[in-house]
Design a protein around this ligand. Structure first.
Ligand code: GRF
Length: 202
């Protein structure tokens, strides 16, 4: 079986990276993580990569003159490693439109809300301020606009009256860890693809 060659891009804790690592370690999983890339030195995700014997590189974005220069350096690392597919997992950098275009249909993100609600940062604060009774998470194809792009999988999570941003985040995170590996499996098994800006399910 040829497995989809995946890179995971992180900036921090990397718990979604861990969920993907664990899934890829299960027999018959159709994808393999070949590279972890971080824009932050010391990101805990890098340690998770090391523990799983996955090559990891850090590209501190501050050392690059522009967003495009940073993205070009990432693109080079991805191509050097033979990467076919990219998973953003808590990667806190906006991507340049040209990078997003170059990887179109081959790059996905996880976001801790039911998109298109609550894009950007402080997502759980936004959900609680809006007073929604259901939140959740979304795995979606990446397009140049932030937290946009067609969904591959979503999971709903009930908002409890007693929730704080932290308790809601923790419950949503559990759902993230379930759907991200499942979405990667769908992609790797060619059960979903991006076509004319829409997710098409086989
Ligand atoms: C997750 O909530 C993810 O949805 C968001 O950033 C957080 C990253 O957490 N994009 P982790 O680094 O995967 O633990």
């Amino acid at each position: 079986m040829t497995r989809l060659q995946v890179a995971v891009l992180v900036s921090g804790r990397g718990s979604n990276l861990q969920a993907l690592i664990d899934a890829c370690a299960t027999p018959g999983f159709p994808a393999e993580i070949k590279l972890v890339l971080s824009n932050m030195e010391g990101a805990y995700g890098l340690e998770r990569a090391a523990k799983a014997n996955i090559p990891a590189v850090t590209l501190p974005h501050k050392k690059f003159a522009s967003r495009e220069a940073f993205d070009d350096a990432m693109d080079e690392k991805l191509r050097e490693a033979g990467i076919e597919f990219v998973c953003l997992a808590g990667f806190m950098r906006l991507l340049s439109p040209s990078f997003a275009k170059r990887w179109e249909g081959r790059i996905v993100n996880i976001h801790p809300s039911l998109l298109p609600s609550f894009k950007g940062l402080h997502v759980h604060e936004q959900a609680l301020a809006a007073g929604v009774r259901i939140s959740g998470c979304t795995v979606h194809y990446v397009v140049p606009e932030l937290d946009s792009g067609p969904a591959i999988l979503q999971a709903a999570v009930a908002v409890e009256p007693s929730d704080t941003p932290d308790t809601l985040a923790a419950r949503v995170l559990e759902a993230e860890h379930r759907i991200y590996p499942e979405a990667l499996r769908m992609v790797a098994e060619k059960r979903v693809r991006l076509e004319n800006g829409r997710a098409v399910f086989a």
